[in-house]
Ligand binder design. Structure first.
Ligand SMILES: CC(C)(COP(=O)(O)OP(=O)(O)OC[C@H]1O[C@@H](n2cnc3c(N)ncnc32)[C@H](O)[C@@H]1OP(=O)(O)O)[C@@H](O)C(=O)NCCC(=O)NCCS
Length: 195
């Protein structure tokens, strides 16, 4: 079995929209397409014997801490359970160099929570983080990830053996956050309702 990780190509956008749409709902499919078409995020795909078996979309944002948001990560159903999700996650960590890696998911998505935890991410319910960090910091995380529909955030610190909650206390509103939030999150929403 030949496994290769490559950058996503324009030709892959349709597949990304379809798979994300099927797994996470059409709105997410639309957001994934928008993000790639407007170069607001970058993507990697894992190709098995010449077939695209999965992909991940990611982008960089500075929220007081240089951060990489793993925006979408999906493996096609027939390829699951073969460590391709792990390969994608390890690959994105390698190319999107940052201090903090962040992904959101929903409470029912046990597979993705386990995938992240297996790779040393700590997953929190947003409600728990509200208590630990307060509304302002959680708002930064929600805007940075466009995670309005999710209830879990998984975070990993690169190369620091300190409590991740202490590091999250340092996140703040920045120009980078404003710019990324507009491009990734707000503009597709506005365009959807203008059309
Ligand atoms: C989450 C997803 C990407 C995992 O892909 P995968 O290639 O099957 O994952 P891997 O084979 O690399 O599994 C790595 C670890 O993840 C966890 N995991 C994966 N699938 C799981 C499942 N169905 N139930 C529980 N844990 C699971 C396990 O801890 C696994 O390690 P183990 O096999 O040693 O126990 C895949 O299920 C998927 O595409 N889901 C739909 C899209 C989605 O929800 N994406 C996440 C939000 S954007």
């Amino acid at each position: 079995m030949a496994i290769v990780v490559e950058e996503l190509a324009t030709d892959d956008i349709g597949l990304v929209e379809d798979v994300v749409g099927e797994e996470l709902g059409w709105l997410n499919g639309y957001y994934a397409r928008y993000c790639l078409e407007h170069s607001a995020c970058q993507g990697l795909k894992v190709v098995v014997d010449g077939r695209v078996a999965g992909f991940t979309l990611y982008y960089y944002v500075d929220i007081g801490i240089p951060s990489c948001v793993i925006y979408y990560l999906a493996v096609l159903e027939e390829f699951r359970g073969r460590k391709l999700g792990s390969i994608l996650l390890e690959s994105v960590e390698e190319v999107c160099r940052a201090k903090l890696y962040i992904a959101t998911t929903s409470i029912w998505n046990v597979a993705s929570q386990h995938l992240f935890e297996k790779h040393c991410y700590k997953c929190f319910e947003f409600d728990t983080l509200y208590e630990l960090l307060g509304w302002g910091k959680v708002d930064v995380l929600v805007r940075a990830t466009c995670g309005y529909e999710d209830d879990i955030v998984c975070v990993k610190l690169w190369g620091e053996s300190v409590d991740v909650v202490d590091v999250l206390k340092r996140v703040r509103d920045t120009r980078s956050l404003e710019r990324v939030w507009r491009r990734v999150c707000a503009e597709p929403w506005w365009k959807l309702f203008k059309s």
